[in-house]
Design a protein around this ligand. Sequence first.
Ligand SMILES: [Zn+2]
Length: 489
Amino acid sequence: MLIINGTVYNGVDQNPASNAIGIKDDKIVFIGTATDHINPKKTIDATGLIVSPGFIDPHTHADRDLNKPDEAHNLPFLMQGVTTVVVGNDGDSFYPLSKYKKLYLEQGIGTNVVPLLGHHEVIKSVIGNSDTRPSSEQLQKMCELVQKEMEEGAFGMSTGLYYAPGSYTQTDEVIALAKVVAQNDGVYDTHLRDEGSSTVGLITAIKEAIEIGRQAKLPIHISHIKCLGVDVWKQSDSIITLVNNAHKVGIEVTANQYPYDASATSLNSAVSPRWAESGGKDSLLIRANDPKYKTKVLQDTKMNITKRGGPDKLLIVKCDDDRFLGKTLLEISEDLRVSPEQAVYSILQSGYVRVASFNMNPYDIENFMKQDWVVTGSDGNTGHPRKYGSFPRKYHKYVKTDRVIGVADFINGSTSKTAEIFRIPQRGKLEIGYFADIIAFHPEKFMDKADYTDAFQFAEGLAYSIINGKIALEQGEFTQKLNGKVLTK
Ligand SMILES: [Zn+2]
């Protein structure tokens, strides 16, 4: 197969070239202009298109879809130009990896998958969901479990220290496990203990991540870096200094970022106090109604709502009860004639609830985006438009419209840099011998369509997606072929 006439960004260089790219089987075998000697079975004419390595998304929750046969195509990501997704982030992975490797192989998947081991699975397997310290024997068991999953092919371990039960673990426990990851040449990917001012504070949480890297001697990747909430706005400058200083003493610290000013998480994770969640969500609901705890639960919830900017800044984006979906916490509290903090626990009765939380400042978003150690990530998760729009939105808004970064910076920070961070071999660049994960998109039409009112709209402007040398998207149409593979370390 030969791709001709495109404007080719190779994932590394600043300037594009007008090379043809030849593919045989699943690899790139030719890059250049002298194509006379090649007799391709298929030629793709990329006139007017930008050709680049397929995007690698370092933080997704795509595994929840990939496990289902009818969503294994991974189209929300595929249509953004993503050809490889990292899964198992935030401390939550499908466990054990052996089971899911087999499932993906049998069922087929639409994009490549890079699995991480989730810290929560390690904790839950050994000590359960509660706020307890592991004994040295239990810690040893946890280390063995990490070793086993790394041998199974995980690229590293993710933590979600903001979330229970990760939030109950102390730094030295994390370091012990991270050392096992380090022995296997893996990476440490983290949802920080605090992205705002809800517990230890953002700066302390960044320092903790760097300290884990220093002591366990492994690369640290901070997921969806942000300054969450008015209390920590404009702290990006201090954080950038901390990271640059870590680089100077040889600690590898990188981050990913999604290009939106609202974050999303479960309603209880956003505003309920962590202490009240010990034992799980059922325990939280019991405490919220128990006269002994109720006042304190509501006080702490109220404080957390304030830190996120107030009840009008929290939008319910996923909820089984239609009365609440698409409304802000303020609107719901008015409907129910209760305080916003009381409304939280009425809404939580309906089951799993997600919120979009409008809590970021453009200054910090752009400041982080300009750093050469920050790559594009979607944190793609049902209900937030970022699952369908992150990569094209960053291109359309921050490259084309606002000119915060350049085209090559966007492409390189969505391809080769991400492959390097996660130690994914032979992907992320257009180079002879590399796997043929290649996309072509329209420079003017490539943009996101999903928003908070309809988060399920595919991005536009992607013309071609080739994964492992096979066409997944042709002239904007999905070929129904599942060309992805589970990559293992
Ligand atoms: Zn996260």
